[in-house]
Design a protein around this ligand. Structure first.
Ligand SMILES: Cc1cc2nc3c(=O)[nH]c(=O)nc-3n(C[C@H](O)[C@H](O)[C@H](O)COP(=O)(O)OP(=O)(O)OC[C@H]3O[C@@H](n4cnc5c(N)ncnc54)[C@H](O)[C@@H]3O)c2cc1C
Length: 296
C-alpha cells in the first residue's frame, strides 16, 4: 500500500520543529530515520497530515560523555551509537543491545530517539533506557522538561510526550563502579526481528566479588519494557551465584504480564523471561568479573 497524502516540511532547528508541532498539533508527526513511521504510514496504520523532517537538525545529532551520564542527541543514528567506542566503554549496554536492533541498513537510518519515541515494548533501546533509568529531555515551544524512562514509557507504542513536544536528548547514567559488567540476551524468530522476549542486566561488584549494585529488566512481556529494581536490590551483597541469579530471574518472570500472539503463547514468553533474565544477569556478572579480575 501507499501512504495517504501528506504535506512534508523540513525543520532547520529544534525551535522550528517545535513551532511546526504547535501549529499542526495531532495532525503532525516528526520523522527521524523513518524506519518505523514510514512502514506504518505505508500500511495506513498512521495518517499524519504533516510530516516534519528533523534529519537536518545538527543539534540533535551528538554523543557527549560527562561524569555521571552519556548524552545522546535524539536524532543520532543507531549505527553511530553502536560504533562509538568511548560510549561503549561507559554505557556498554547500548552497543550490546543495538547489535540486536534490526539490520545494518535500518541502524544506518534509524535514530536513538526515534526508537524510544516509537516505544515498541519489544524494542531493545527502550529496554536499556528502562533498566538504566535513562532520562528524556523533551522540548516544546513553552520550554523543556525531563522525564525518567519509567514515566516516559506509557504503554504499547505510547509515551508521555505531548503532541507538541520533540524528544531532544537522552541522558544515559554512567555507573561509577570500576567493576561494572552488562549483558543483553534475546530470542526472536529471526535475527534482526523485534524480540519475542529480551533481557538486559548490569551489575557492579565490590572488591570481594560481591554484588554492589544491580539492575535488570525484560522486554516483550508487558505493555512497556519492565525493570525490576526491588528484585535487583535483593541481589546486593550476595555472591551472585547461579541459584541467586535464577531466583531473581524467576521472581521477575512471575511479575511480568506477557501476551500471546502468533509467534508465542503467554506461557512460553513467561518461560523465556526467566531463562533470559538469568542469562543476562549471568552475562553481566561474568563481564564484571572479567573486568575485576577477581578470583572467586
Ligand atoms: C526491517 C526492520 C527491522 C527492524 N527491527 C527492529 C528491531 O529488531 N528492534 C527495534 O527496536 N527496532 C527495529 N526496527 C525499527 C527501527 O529500530 C527504527 O529505527 C526505530 O523504531 C524508529 O527510529 P526512527 O529514527 O526510524 O524513527 P521514525 O520511524 O522516523 O519515527 C518513529 C516514531 O517516533 C517519532 N519520533 C521520531 N523522532 C522523534 C523525536 N526526536 N521526538 C519525538 N518523536 C519522535 C515519530 O514521530 C514516530 O512516531 C526495525 C525496522 C525495520 C524497517
Amino acid at each position: 500500500m501507499k501512504a495517504a497524502p501528506f504535506e512534508y516540511t523540513r525543520a532547520a532547528s529544534v525551535g522550528e520543529a517545535c513551532e511546526l508541532l504547535r501549529r499542526h498539533g495531532d495532525a503532525a508527526k516528526l520523522v527521524a530515520g523513518g524506519q518505523s513511521l514510514v512502514p506504518m504510514m505505508a500500511m495506513r496504520l498512521v495518517r499524519p497530515a504533516w510530516l516534519i523532517d528533523i534529519n537536518e537538525i545538527a543539534a540533535l545529532k551528538f554523543v557527549s560523555l560527562e561524569k555521571d551520564a552519556a548524552r545522546t542527541g535524539a536524532c543520532t543514528r543507531q549505527c553511530a551509537v553502536e560504533r562509538d567506542q568511548a560510549l561503549a566503554a561507559r554505557v556498554p549496554l547500548l552497543a550490546q543491545a543495538l547489535a540486536w536492533v534490526g539490520h545494518v541498513q535500518t541502524r544506518n537510518r534509524g535514530t536513538v530517539g526515534g526508537s524510544l519515541a516509537h516505544a515498541d515494548p519489544c524494542a531493545e533501546l527502550p529496554l536499556v533506557a528502562q533498566v538504566l533509568g535513562a532520562r528524556m529531555l523533551l522540548r516544546s515551544g513553552s520550554g523543556a522538561r525531563t522525564l525518567a524512562a519509567e514515566k516516559f514509557f506509557a504503554g504499547p507504542m505510547a509515551t508521555a510526550a505531548r503532541p507538541e513536544e520533540c524528544l531532544e536528548e537522552i541522558h544515559w547514567p554512567i555507573w561509577p563502579e570500576k567493576r561494572t559488567g552488562s549483558a543483553f540476551a534475546e530470542i526472536s524468530v529471526r535475527h534482526g526481528d523485534f524480540a519475542m522476549v529480551a533481557a538486559a542486566a548490569q551489575v557492579a561488584l565490590d572488591d570481594k566479588g560481591r554484588c554492589a549494585r544491580a539492575a535488570f529488566g525484560l522486554g516483550g512481556v508487558g505493555g512497556t519494557p519492565l525493570a525490576f529494581p526491588k528484585i535487583a536490590a535483593r541481589l546486593v551483597g550476595t555472591k551472585l551465584d547461579e541459584a541467586t541469579m535464577q531466583e531473581a530471574a524467576n521472581a521477575a518472570s512471575a511479575e511480568c504480564e506477557p501476551g500471546s500472539d502468533l509467534h508465542a503463547s503467554a506461557e512460553y514468553r513467561r518461560h523465556l523471561a526467566g531463562v533470559l533474565a538469568a542469562r543476562a544477569l549471568r552475562g553481566a556478572y561474568e563481564n564484571a568479573h572479567e573486568k575485576a579480575k577477581i578470583s572467586v
